[in-house]
Design a binder for this molecule. Structure first.
Ligand code: ZN
Ligand code: ZN
Length: 352
């Protein structure tokens, strides 16, 4: 019989419920359900109790769920309409966990489904569990990162003078659809000074074949995301650009060298930030060093100057220092890395 590939994570979640004296938790987020069961379904709810797991969905999805996840006990999602309180044999609901990010309308429904229960936010537990990837997730993210490298190589080799940012972004998007499952987020392409805006939207700016180009791109593959930023320095970069580029790359490399299990995210952020500050560009590094990547392109752990999260083996994060000088230039060098026991494995292998 096929086993739930996320059994260990699901068990850890059930254990957390027990520790917090919860009778059950309801999970509605599509990503969280997938991270606990391996099933991707856009109309589902997972009821996790200390004794059993029920997968609520509607008849349209039942055959696929039965086929892909025979380990799940399926129930009819109509029972969660809120018309009647939920009753499950052998269970009482006096304290029930839920995800605080659910829409308000769903919260009101939860009050009807569990009229006697105290509703407790357990989203943080789920987010923390997802931060450490399983082996199958690591394999999926590595595959997405490899594809990202391939698409970058193919697309950037076709960049030519006269193309606009939109043309370049379209080329990347097309390859992401041809080779993968599309974009993990809107591809960012910035020519010259447009890169001073971190999340510039590609427009009709023309490339003259000389100006630097910044591209931030991520492809989805098998549900998992990649994320990488590369810069085309151009044949004759200004002295300032060259200097900033070398510093940002060094900040990226210093942080990669420091990334390992046991370091706090804040300490890792400081490695890059202090280096750029010492070189007078600290103020121009306005965002955090990185973020977790998995089913979503931005997930836990945040790698910011405030994050107390201790990095653990199996976490996948980005390392992306940047320097932005408005009206002049922007440089960001971003790699995806897997935290290991004694260091990290860099998953992005495009030249930088
Ligand atoms: Zn990025
Ligand atoms: Zn990123």
């Amino acid at each position: 019989m096929k086993k739930n590939p996320f059994d260990a994570r699901l068990k850890a979640f059930a254990d957390a419920l027990e520790k917090n004296s919860l009778d059950a938790a309801v999970v509605f987020s599509q990503h969280n359900i997938r991270a606990l069961t391996g099933v991707d379904c856009d109309n589902a709810c997972l009821l996790v109790t200390r004794k059993q797991i029920l997968f609520y969905t509607d008849f349209r999805y039942v055959p696929a769920v039965e086929r892909l996840a025979p380990y799940l006990v399926i129930a009819d999602i109509a029972k969660l309409s809120g018309k009647k309180p939920l009753s499950v044999r052998g269970l009482k609901f006096s304290k029930v966990g839920y995800e605080a990010s659910v829409p308000h309308s769903l919260y009101l429904r939860l009050e009807k489904i569990f009229p006697k229960a105290e509703l407790v936010d357990i989203e943080g537990d789920l987010i923390a569990l997802r931060a450490v990837k399983t082996e199958s997730e690591i394999a999926a993210i590595k595959a997405a990162a490899r594809l990202n490298d391939r698409i970058w190589a193919e697309a950037s080799s076709q960049f030519a003078p006269g193309m606009t940012e939109r043309d370049m972004a379209r080329k990347i998007k097309r390859l992401m659809i041809d080779y993968g499952d599309g974009e993990a987020f809107e591809t960012i392409v910035c020519i010259g000074e447009n890169a001073a805006e971190c999340h510039h939207v590609p427009d009709d700016t023309l490339w003259d074949g000389l100006k630097p180009i910044l591209v931030d791109m991520g492809v989805k593959l098998g549900g998992y995301a990649s994320d990488m930023t590369r810069n085309i320095v151009g044949p004759r970069p200004s002295k300032l650009y060259r200097k900033v580029y070398d510093l940002v790359r060094e900040a990226n490399e210093r942080a990669i060298a420091a990334a390992k299990s046991g370091i706090t995210a804040a300490k890792l952020d400081a490695v890059a930030r202090n280096f750029l500050s010492k070189n007078s560009f600290g103020k121009a590094f306005g965002h955090s060093l990185g973020h977790g990547v998995g089913l979503e392109v931005h997930e836990a752990p945040g790698v910011s100057k405030k994050s107390k999260t201790v990095l653990k083996p199996g976490m996948v994060i980005t390392i992306e220092p940047g320097v932005y000088l408005l009206g002049n230039l922007g440089v960001r060098v971003e790699d995806l890395v897997l935290i290991t026991e004694d260091g990290c494995e860099v998953l992005s292998s495009s030249a930088k």
